[in-house]
Design a protein around this ligand. Structure first.
Ligand SMILES: [Zn+2]
Length: 185
């Protein structure tokens, strides 16, 4: 599926989710057996926050084998996430990568707080702080953080080449945990 069709499929799936319409997501035993046997061909890769209120497959009414999903607190991109994206693009033939931020993000709230974070989580908070600079509005910080991740993805030479040669698109989007709506930025 090309990037344009993949985006249209995500938007259509998200509309169903917002309207609580019956999902067309195929999670049947048949689909499970088929994808297990023949391999995965996801139509998009989504990078989202690990927040439990951002249930990626539900948000896009997606079934087994539809989406290649990478989740980290604050939807930040490190080397493991970037490697996963390169795999999706280079080996699975995914043409659309979406970095999906959201409102009410706890990682952003923590980054805006003036206190030290302990342990490995400090790496996440420092990444977000560098991305948002002196911004103190959570809403604006969320968007700045999403664009930072977008830039990190585009920094990969393999991704850059796929964008130029294979029609791969990297898009940024924002998810509203109240309405369930995904807005492409
Ligand atoms: Zn979050």
């Amino acid at each position: 599926m090309d990037a344009r069709s993949a985006k249209a499929a995500l938007i259509a799936g998200n509309l169903l989710y917002q309207e609580e319409k019956v999902s067309k997501a195929d999670t049947s035993t048949l689909r499970r057996a088929e994808t297990a046997r023949t391999g995965q061909k996801p139509f998009a890769a989504i990078v989202s926050c690990s927040d439990s209120r951002v249930p990626v497959e539900h948000i896009f009414s997606a079934g087994v084998g539809d989406l290649f999903v990478i989740r980290t607190a604050g939807n930040i991109i490190g080397v493991h996430e970037l490697g996963s994206i390169e795999y999706a693009v280079g080996y699975l033939g995914v043409k659309l990568v979406v970095i999906l931020g959201h409102n009410g993000c706890g990682a952003i709230v923590e980054a805006l707080r003036d206190r030290q974070v302990k342990g490995a989580a400090a790496v996440i908070i420092e990444e977000i702080r560098a991305a948002i600079g002196s911004e103190d509005s959570p809403e604006k910080a969320e968007v700045l953080n999403t664009w930072n991740s977008w830039r990190q993805i585009n920094r990969s030479p393999l991704v850059e080449q796929a964008v130029q040669d294979s029609g791969v698109q990297i898009l940024a989007a924002h998810y509203d945990i109240y309405s369930g709506r995904v807005e492409f930025l």
